[in-house]
Design a binder for this molecule. Structure first.
Ligand SMILES: Cc1ncc(COP(=O)(O)O)c(C=O)c1O
Length: 444
């Protein structure tokens, strides 16, 4: 927004006051809910910057899973108390995820993880396609939203079109993407946010482009889910898939599918399995102990929002929670970016301009001249910092940027339970590890 110079001081004052009075995350109370955060490594406090690989879980999730195994453990569909309680628990988890996604409970499918769900759905979707049909995948995506489509395309004789990126800031080239969508396109598979460089894609716009030609839009929201509010009703996507272990829950995958598609597509399934949705998409016995942690995980997020006092429903509490999470993560990102930029020879991939931070989350992919990412991750790990190195399966991106053969990136993943102090300490230790910095190298 352009503010006229004469009212600028009043506008700045207004922003300052509203920032002061608007609610903030109560970090102390949040961190106290995550027992694992209190660990130490070689006498150093453990700093979890590995959220993109999987977040930590709050005590309420641990309690729910413990309680289920101790009291309610049974198979589903039996006519006795523990089995009935199991069915009620699964229905409760589906309802919680329906609030999380903003859809109906019968549009929520449970699976082992995002990758298996995507393989299963890609093959069911492929049954409806014919040679010559086209699909679009992107260079930015995690391979779990690429390879399932490539293998299906090979089986069905489809043409695969790749949407490219702008190399300088690792954003999707939207003109290129639009040019790859045409009357033959049957599906566009795109990530909500990059698990390597943090870019947030304009998925609503992409869904619209797909729908204009009658194609399906399949969204991988695995990396976006801990950082931003998901609203499938607003996105109007056909499918959206994510993994609860990336947003403070247990290790499993969940998929939203529009009711129409869940009914009309034909799953590969065994005969006794019902044809009712969403169950016809859930093969064999589900992972009940993991599902038993899901309501608690969604409630953990909702509770953050309820503390603002504005929320009237669980959905509005989730919305309020993400406003707080976004604000805190944005501050962490700005702080981390400013600190890292002081280190000479360090390159940050992705968007680095703070005025465009709305288009990225706090996942930072870096390389430092003369230091292999694996060496840095190992040395940081010995000092208590949990980061990741390599390609994190975003292999199409690391190959494209020419860093795959030299170890990929070092990834620093910031989530809402991280603190400014952790970021400060990280920058300090990283400087010590690499042994030189801008302040020591005044030439820069
Ligand atoms: C963006 C993204 N998509 C997909 C996946 C795969 O998820 P899952 O491990 O649940 O199969 C990951 C895992 O890291 C991811 O970060």
């Amino acid at each position: 927004m352009r503010v006229p110079a004469r009212i600028r001081p009043y506008y700045d004052l207004f922003l300052m006051i509203s920032a002061e009075i608007s609610p903030r995350l109560d970090l102390a109370s949040i961190r106290a809910q995550f027992p694992s955060l209190a660990q130490t490594v070689n006498g150093h406090p453990a700093v979890f910057f590995d959220g993109p690989g999987g977040t930590q879980v709050p005590q309420c999730v641990i309690d729910a899973m413990f309680h289920y195994l101790r009291r309610d453990n049974a198979n589903s569909g039996g006519n006795y108390p523990t089995s009935r309680r199991t069915d009620a628990m699964i229905a409760g988890a589906r309802a919680a995820l329906a609030d999380f996604f903003h859809c109906d409970a019968d549009e929520v499918v449970f699976g082992q993880n995002m990758t298996s769900l995507t393989f299963a759905f890609s093959h069911a979707i492929g049954r409806e396609l014919k040679p010559g049909d086209e699909i679009v995948v992107t260079r930015l995506d995690h391979d779990a939203n690429v390879s399932p489509w490539l293998t299906m395309a090979e089986d069905r004789g489809l043409r695969v079109r790749w949407a490219e990126i702008h190399d300088q800031d690792c954003t999707l080239d939207m003109d290129d993407l639009a040019s790859k969508i045409n009357g033959k396109t049957k599906l566009v598979a795109v990530g909500y946010a990059s698990n390597a460089v943090g870019t947030i894609n304009p998925v609503k716009k992409i869904v619209h482009l797909a729908h204009k030609v009658g194609a399906l839009a399949f969204i991988d929201a695995v990396h976006y889910a801990p950082h931003g509010l998901i609203d499938v009703a607003d996105l109007d996507c056909d499918f959206l898939v994510c993994s609860t272990y990336k947003f403070f829950g247990p290790h499993m995958g969940v998929l939203f599918g529009k009711r129409k598609h869940l009914k009309e597509l034909r799953p590969y399934k065994v005969r006794p399995l019902t044809d009712a949705i969403p169950f016809r998409w859930e093969w064999g016995t589900l992972n009940h102990e993991c599902i038993s942690g899901i309501t608690a995980c969604v409630e953990y997020i909702a509770e953050i929002g309820r503390r603002t006092g504005d929320a009237v429903s669980r959905r509005s509490a989730i919305e309020a929670a993400y406003r707080l999470i976004h604000r805190h993560e944005r501050a962490l990102l700005e702080h981390a970016m400013a600190g890292l930029r002081q280190i000479s020879g360090l390159k940050i991939y992705g968007i680095t301009d703070p005025t465009r931070f709305d288009r990225r989350c706090g996942t930072l992919a870096i390389r430092i001249e003369g230091h292999a990412p694996a060496e840095l991750a190992t040395r940081l790990g010995e000092c208590g910092f949990f980061t990741w190195d390599g390609n994190y399966y975003a292999i199409n991106l690391t190959e494209h940027l020419g860093v795959e053969k030299s170890g990929g990136f070092l990834r620093i993943g910031l989530v809402h339970y991280n603190t400014m102090e952790e970021v400060d300490l990280f920058v300090k230790v990283l400087r010590e590890i690499v042994g030189w910095s801008k302040s020591a190298n005044t030439k820069d």
